[in-house]
Ligand binder design. Structure first.
Ligand code: ADP
Ligand code: DP6
Length: 326
């Protein structure tokens, strides 16, 4: 029998950031994170079992993937094969409908789509919790992309391989928008994985970050629950500024900002402080600035960011659904 399945997953953006691991072997986060799933940032992955293959084959964006990228896919497939007790190898074809490896979380949507499609192709019943655990092992932020809307991944206790994300609120809970101000089109310099490892090992602020993160995540959860953008937004800014401060203070210093990032952050502050628009910024392990605002303000915010020096273009995202499986 030849199994085949297709899954579509979306990238997500963390409002409360995951940065630092409690267990590197099991890939468990040291802090809780809370994210928004992004409707337009789609990955589609097709997994086909092929009895003639002697090893897994991975095609990304229409070309054979690198050995490193293929190895990450093969590790997940091996775990699924063990559970399914089926040792057939698979052909995986995936396409990201936004830039790959550019700081826009293609790894999150990519591993969420792969976990779901591969489980289904190997005949396992749909189980989003198990798919989230698999995705988390590959890349912890991917655990959140299994679910739609607003999603939490708790901190993991060392040795606890059962950690999965879960949805806090559905995609219709609140009509917010995220505007991505794209600063570069290239691949990022220091991966999240490397950056957070350097922070954990060398930053003098790491312990304070781990201690303070649950409180920040709690305020973010409360802001979401009350649909209070000021509460949500200030805590979102605290999470990203604390994350970048500890990364910057590590040795060697890890700096994701570029001149365009600073200009875009100034634009967000000006929109808020001078024009009275409720808009808040966040950044990940790359130079892009992401601005969170009400749907009614999104055109104005996107226009102001698009006109900012150093911003190449903008992408507007609304809250998106969880994994869709065919
Ligand atoms: P990003 O910010 O886009 O997540 P990363 O450098 O963190 O950038 O992750 C990119 C890596 O994630 C790729 O090199 C590849 O290993 C993996 N990846 C990206 N897209 C996919 C996909 N669709 N399927 C499987 N793996 C993917
Ligand atoms: C800044 O999930 O990419 O985007 O688990 O090592 O693969 P690994 O790291 P990854 O880190 C994401 C870091 C972040 C914040 C976040 O998404 O929570």
């Amino acid at each position: 029998m030849t199994g085949k399945a297709t899954a579509v997953a979306r990238a997500n953006i963390a409002l409360a950031k995951y940065w630092g691991k409690s267990d590197e072997t099991l890939n468990l986060p040291a802090v809780p994170s809370v994210s928004m799933t992004l409707a337009p940032m789609r990955t589609e992955t097709v997994v086909t079992l092929e009895p003639k293959l002697e090893h897994d084959v991975f095609e990304l964006d229409g070309a054979r993937a690198s050995d490193k990228e293929s190895a990450r896919v093969a590790v997940m497939l091996a775990e699924i094969r063990d559970e399914a007790r089926d040792h057939t190898h698979a052909h995986v074809a995936s396409r990201n409908f936004f830039p790959t490896a550019g700081g826009l979380a293609s790894s999150a949507s990519g591993f969420a789509a792969l976990a779901s499609a591969a489980r289904s192709a190997y005949g396992l019943p749909r189980d989003d919790r198990r798919a989230s655990i698999l995705a988390r092992r590959a890349s912890a932020s991917a655990a959140r992309s299994i679910f739609g809307g607003w999603v939490e991944l708790p901190a993991g206790a060392r040795g606890d391989d059962s950690l999965a994300a879960y949805p806090l609120f559905g995609e219709d809970h609140w009509d917010l928008r995220l505007v991505v101000a794209v600063i570069t089109e290239g691949r990022k310099d220091v991966s999240s994985r490397d950056g957070m490892g350097i922070s954990r090992r060398t930053s003098p602020y790491y312990d304070a970050w781990v201690e303070q993160s649950p409180r920040i995540a709690g305020t973010i959860r409360e802001g979401l629950s009350k649909r209070d953008l000021a509460m949500l937004g200030h805590a979102t800014e605290q999470s990203f500024t604390a994350m970048h401060a500890l990364a910057f203070a590590s040795s060697p210093f890890t700096l994701y900002f570029q001149p365009g990032s600073l200009a875009a952050l100034s634009t967000v502050r000006r929109l808020r402080d001078v024009q009275g628009i409720s808009v808040f910024a966040t950044m990940d392990a790359g130079p892009h600035v992401k601005a969170l605002c009400h749907a009614g303000d999104v055109e104005h915010v996107a226009e102001a960011l698009a006109q900012t020096t150093g911003v190449l273009r903008t992408i507007v995202a609304d809250p998106g659904p969880g994994v869709e499986l065919e």
